[in-house]
Design a protein around this ligand. Structure first.
Ligand SMILES: [Fe+2]
Length: 388
């Protein structure tokens, strides 16, 4: 988990009188915590009570329809061809899902005029393209291409879009996005063999404090229902906070690859874990240096996992027929490996420039019907047909 962090003004002792600077009463303390307040938490100090809800209504039911042809096969979708535009929160297009993770894709073209809180899961938003600022009650966190934005459950936020185009892949997990345990010592510090360290984690940089009353729209996601709530004061009224629970960012280009004389196994690419799935980062790196090494992966059967791979550039060493924005799913049930020519052809190669984000789930996923409109039906034959 991230380290202790603090921004703005906080009182010397928690749970004590903390007068406002303008003399108009005291601040309103909020504990935001997880796992029954046994998990990571933070204390925030608001100008106004965060509890003022003027009214609420049901906005939308989130109902993902599954692909009607669920039989096991290799899948390939070109996500950049999906419909574009809209909100970074409301125009997410379903890609695949199971009971522990839901993946969607969005290509927004405007910032939201409302705030958002996902109260049913943590979010990892991978920024394939675009830049902007993740605004939250914890302050501003600028982002750019290659960032994994970790927005833990319940964190009230808003995407302020900067330069586009914008293409975001959203992983929604029922658990807590965290570092792999083996990267940490028993104090929680990232170890020397970890492919990234605390210096690579970016935290909210500055607080924007709004002392405004009025009507402010918040959309809350819970039990696959979007509720619109009207708050009586601007939610970004936090003058200071401290703790371990806040949004953070890690850029894929800061992932230091682990290489060897022979092919390294998939877990060396792992970036994060969540409840019953893991996320991996494939980054530019030197290939294996044994004189007879085969840099392309051996065929493999991860018999308990479905493997999703999102190609964040067009340089994937073991694949043919994919482009930037492609997403493949190799379900358990078939072994998979390099396509013809890619295995032998990798011998002697020195380096790859690939960037890709992978997810291995421990339970089978369903494909969403919405993504089948951009499916490449020939992908399953790419191991037998001679395609480029
Ligand atoms: Fe694989």
């Amino acid at each position: 988990m991230p380290i202790y962090h603090t921004l703005g003004d906080i009182p010397r002792k928690r749970h004590t009188v903390f007068p406002k600077k303008n003399g108009d009463g005291i601040h309103h303390e909020e504990l935001m915590g997880t796992y029954g307040f046994d998990g990571a938490s933070s204390l925030l100090y608001h100008l106004h009570p965060p509890t003022t809800v003027l009214k609420e209504r049901q906005l939308q039911i989130v109902d993902w329809e599954a692909d009607p042809e669920p039989h096991v096969r290799m899948r390939h979708f070109r996500l950049f061809d999906l419909p574009k535009g809209g909100s970074p929160v409301l125009n997410r297009i379903p890609v695949l899902y199971n009971n522990h993770v839901a993946v969607s894709f969005v290509q927004p073209d405007k910032s939201d005029d409302f705030f958002f809180r996902n109260s049913q899961g943590d979010e990892l938003v991978y920024i394939a393209e675009g830049e902007g600022v993740l605004e939250s009650i914890y302050g501003d966190l600028p982002y750019h291409a290659g960032d994994h934005l970790i927005i833990h459950r319940g964190i009230l936020h808003r995407f302020k879009l900067g330069k586009g185009p914008h293409r975001y892949m959203v992983f929604e997990g029922t658990g807590y996005f965290r570092y792999p345990k083996r990267y940490q010592n028993d104090k929680g510090q990232l170890l020397e063999h970890s492919p990234y360290c605390e210096r690579d984690i970016r935290r909210p940089e500055s607080l924007q404090v709004h002392d405004e009353k009025g009507e402010f729209k918040l959309v809350i996601k819970r039990q696959n229902v979007l509720t619109e709530a009207i708050l009586g004061s601007h939610p970004f009224d936090v003058v200071g906070w401290d703790g371990y629970y806040y949004p953070w960012a890690f850029n894929i280009n800061d992932f230091e690859p682990i290489t060897g004389s022979l092919h390294q196994p998939p877990p060396v690419h792992q970036s994060f874990e969540c409840e019953r799935f893991v996320v991996c980062a494939f980054v530019p790196r030197m290939f294996d240096y044994h004189p007879q090494a085969i840099p392309a992966p051996y065929n493999h059967s991860n018999v308990m996992s479905d493997e999703m791979l999102f190609y964040a550039n067009d340089q994937f060493m073991s694949r043919k027929g994919i482009d930037m924005g492609s997403l493949t799913l190799h379900p358990a049930g078939f072994p998979h490996g390099p396509q013809p020519g890619k295995y032998e052809g990798s011998v002697g190669a020195k380096r790859t420039e690939e960037i890709a984000v992978m997810m291995d789930t421990f339970d089978p996923v369903k494909i969403a019907k919405a993504v089948t409109q951009v499916e490449d039906d020939s992908y399953g034959r790419s191991w037998i047909d001679n395609i480029e």
